[in-house]
Design a protein around this ligand. Sequence first.
Ligand code: SF4
Ligand code: SF4
Length: 330
Amino acid sequence: MKRLAGYIPNPRFTDLFPETSGNTVNGLGETEVRRASPFFWHPADKHDFGALQHEVIAYHRNSPEICEVFNPKAPRGPKPVERAKTRVEKPAADWAQEIKNFVLGDEGDLVGITAMDPMYTYEGYEIAHPWIIMIGVTMDYGELSKAPPSFEDPSAGVEVGRQYNRAARVCRRLANFILEQGWDAKAWPGPYASALNMIPAAIAAGLGELGKHGSMINRIHGSAFRLSAVTTDMPLIADKPDDIGVDDFCANCRICSEACPPQAIFDEKQMVRGVKKWYVDFDKCIPYFGETLACGICIARCPWSRPGTGPRLADKLARRRARKADEQNR
Ligand code: SF4
Ligand code: SF4
């Protein structure tokens, strides 16, 4: 997919932009560290982008296939059960292993645990639980590679909905399993946002690193996965972030930034809420995201997403680092 020369955003969406830029809400250029603000995928009364959000969703609902998969009646897992009155006590390491076995034995493909940090909740929200269990479910690359979805072929968008539904089922079943052990738990399914800011928590839990395209890159599945989570007071043990070397790789790769039709992906890291990181220009991305039924070109074109490529790249980067370390130690 080449950039669309002279791409002009659809006024259907741009006319609904409020005065404030989405990048201002996101804290682009801010040097002080702060929590992320509620934004586009949060309930419309939490931000100024409600009209735009409604229009994008209403437009996408013109596709019967998208409607069917992003539907409250879609299979998204059980309702919460009552917490058992008696608590099952086990060492944290045993629970952590049991939780991982549960997720991977259910419909989950990735799982990691991290301790709660106030930075993992959006401004104006609190989560009392001390632990976050991050869950990843992989996307079918054959479907993802058909991005961007359109009314003629919505396959890639349908695959997004299908996997969010799977992620919802896993997190809801896991939360119920924890409740049945007498511990508190809350499931956090996507794609709509709530209190939990999932990407930083998923990075801390070892599910991957942030790529230039603003999505995560996992060492095996690249960006072809979706997230859900469970927070809990069950005693657990935190995993470590996975330092794959994505930062160095992205610094020398321009596949996503060149493929992005509205040129929304910055080629250099930006200062965002006090941290230098990869960043996607919201104001440029969202109109194209709207008119293509959720775009996804950047994650589909990312070489890490191609089946079998991630492990090869990760190995290569690890070997390169080892070589450099050897040279420095000589
Ligand atoms: S999802 Fe946004 S950032 Fe990614 S390619 Fe599409 S328009 Fe660009
Ligand atoms: S396409 Fe290249 S630059 Fe973009 S996220 Fe993937 S590896 Fe990084």
